[in-house]
Design a protein around this ligand. Structure first.
Ligand SMILES: [Zn+2]
Ligand SMILES: [Zn+2]
Length: 623
């Protein structure tokens, strides 16, 4: 109801003046409802450090089960946040309510039809073989070819597939790399550790045409002696690698007459590949089920009071989910089954978000619309923020977002230090943030400007990828990160409240200022994006992290001045191939980039509006 807007706008001005009696009435009568009055410096609403700590305590209580997607605590947390918004007098972002529900795959389980046989010897699941979590579903029966450590590294003078035909066959490869204990081994350079990763080996096998991969521990290597056991199934949801793949034990192979120690011996002696067909057949069948759970973003809205700009909006966000009972993202993998409370990550951000929301609710609406968003499923790959950026509420479309402020881990400022990323994503934003922190009362914070661009391992990436200027506030890493020891007693309530105040000032400034913040697509040195980690090879394609069932890598953007941009690739395109590597998903993009060196010219294929395009690009070096 538009007519109500100016009337509502006068209320906060009156309240902020705190004048007695007739003076107040006079002030009310004189107050302009337009922008001039609104930008006047006014006492800020209080930010309650004790309340913030208490809220972190509730969210990080063991009863919330670590707020893992698919656990009861995550749903409780979402409802609780919605109740806090309601209590603050903030309206739901949708007519249907505060919750934006979406599905996220949260656990992988082994199906019933997992089977392995080599020669005439049948293996037993979890004793003799165990599918890799990234395996495709399927059944393969074929000849087995030993392919060393499964490594193709021309730059290091090593190719386990050289002269080997593995098309349609099952390759047997060993864990890690040749001559592990040899200090002179080029594979001991951390830049080449990826050759020891199972997923790399599986993708490399697929790229060579193999139908399946079986991997065995390098039981002969020093320090691995006798370790022929299989790790427990961890239930991690991984993207599929495009090949059927499982670990098998050396003991299971030995029952069929395959002696892996003998196979490995020549390579261990001279460091060279000694791959060969084994003259034995195997059968591998894998079924990995991805269980999905419904989770939700919790979003409240405060409609702007100035009809001229109320169609524009500012988003303040923080993810509410955490790791639940541990799992693949836990840095304490041995504590699987233990609640990971996530007090700093990211109960602190939610408490700060609620403090900011209450401050705006108390002050009354600024000129532009405010959106307060608690995201779900960040830990599974910024899924919630991706959902909101793709399906925003009608009153806050992505293209009219003026600024997104992300709060992720803001409860433990060491000596007042807060990292500010994204400060170069809009013209003048960096200076603005500095000025806001200095504005009286001066905030007890030391700003540390990090990556100037808007890409990082948290929810702001979903917005910057869609050309929304962003600020990411973060009080820094600590030894309790992603561990069961990230508990509420370690939260600094006053520090958290100060960060909330900075977020509030930035959001209010963006919501009140005369002009729009003008997004800057940074061409600054690119950070290591997820999905594009290589040893220095850079394409500049920015993948969408949302779940995707069709093959290919959907792009939310390309970096300004990057090889991808020069090739004519743009946001919305789906990358299908880089060089010879077909891209089924994000992991394949990483594989493809790692397979090349800066300066290599490769053909890239992509799809736009149903049409395929190709171009040659010269890969660059990450600066
Ligand atoms: Zn986080
Ligand atoms: Zn986290």
């Amino acid at each position: 109801m538009e007519a109500a807007l100016p009337r509502r706008a006068c209320r906060p001005i009156y309240r902020r003046m705190r004048l007695p009696g007739t003076l107040a009435l006079l002030a009310l009568a004189l107050a302009s409802c337009g922008r001039r009055a609104a930008t006047r410096a006014a006492p800020e609403p209080a930010f309650d450090a004790g309340r913030a700590r208490a809220e972190v305590g509730w969210l990080a209580d063991p009863a919330r089960t670590g707020r893992g997607v698919g656990t009861p605590g995550a749903a409780q947390a979402a409802d609780w946040i919605a109740a806090r918004f309601r209590e603050a007098g903030l309206a739901p972002a949708w007519d249907e309510g505060y919750l934006q529900r979406f599905e996220a795959p949260f656990r992988a389980t082994l199906g019933e039809r997992n089977a392995f046989a080599v020669g005439s010897s049948h293996g037993e699941l979890e004793r003799d073989f165990l599918p890799f979590d990234f395996s495709d579903d399927g059944a393969v029966e074929a000849e087995v070819v030993f392919a060393g450590h499964g490594i193709t590294a021309p730059a290091l003078g090593h190719d386990d597939y050289g002269g080997l035909d593995v098309k349609g066959k099952i390759v047997l490869v060993a864990q890690d790399f040749p001559r592990e204990s040899d200090a002179a081994s080029p594979f001991r350079d951390p830049r080449h550790y990826r050759f020891a990763e199972w997923r790399y080996k599986a993708t490399n096998a697929r790229e060579h045409g193999a139908a399946a991969l079986i991997g065995v521990r390098d039981v002969w290597a020093e320090g691995h002696g006798g370790a022929d056991d299989l790790p427990p199934w961890r239930g991690q949801v991984s993207s599929r690698a495009g090949i059927v793949a499982a670990r098998v034990t050396a003991a299971a192979l030995a029952r069929a007459g395959v002696d892996v120690r003998a196979l490995a011996a020549p390579g261990e002696a001279d460091g060279k590949p000694h791959s060969r067909p084994l003259g034995v057949r195997a059968r591998l069948e894998v079924r990995v089920l991805h269980e999905r759970a419904t989770t939700a973003n919790v979003v409240a809205i405060l409609p702007g009071r100035d009809p001229a700009v109320a169609g524009e909006c500012v988003v303040v966000g923080a993810h509410h989910d955490h790791l639940g009972l541990g799992g693949d993202s836990s840095l304490a993998p041995e504590r699987l089954g233990t609640v990971h409370p996530g007090a700093d990550d990211n109960a602190s951000g939610v408490a700060a978000l609620l403090a900011v929301a209450r401050a705006f609710a108390a002050e009354g609406p600024p000129r532009r619309t405010l959106l307060f968003a608690a995201f779900g499923a960040e830990e599974l790959g910024i899924l919630g923020s991706s959902e909101l950026a793709q399906h925003p509420p009608p009153r806050c479309p992505t293209e009219r977002m003026q600024l997104m402020v992300n709060l992720d881990m803001v409860g433990r400022p060491a000596a007042g230090k807060v990292y500010v990323d994204g400060a170069d994503t809009a013209r003048g934003l960096r200076d603005l943030v500095k000025a806001l922190a200095e504005r009286p009362p001066r905030l007890p914070l030391k700003l540390a400007f990090g990556e100037g661009d808007g890409y990082g391992p948290s929810d702001h990436t979903s917005f910057y990828a869609r050309d929304v200027p962003v600020l990411f506030l973060f009080t820094g890493p600590h030894p309790d990160y992603h561990r069961p020891s990230d508990t509420p007693d370690k939260i600094d309530g006053a520090g958290l409240a100060a960060v909330a105040r900075l977020a509030y000032r930035a959001a209010r400034e963006a919501a009140e200022r005369d002009g729009r913040l003008e997004v800057v697509r940074t061409a600054s040195p690119p950070p290591r994006e997820r999905g594009e980690r290589g040893y220095g090879t850079y394409l500049g394609a920015i993948p969408d992290f949302a779940e995707r069932s069709a093959p290919g890598v959907l792009l939310t953007g390309v970096r300004a001045g990057s090889p991808a941009e020069r090739a004519g690739i743009a946001a919305g395109d789906v990358l299908l191939r880089v060089g010879p590597t077909k891209l089924l998903g994000l992991q394949d993009l990483a594989f493809a980039l790692r397979s090349h060196r800066p300066g290599d010219e490769v053909e890239v294929e992509w799809e736009r509006a149903g049409a395929r395009r190709t171009a040659k690009v010269r890969l660059e070096e990450r600066r």
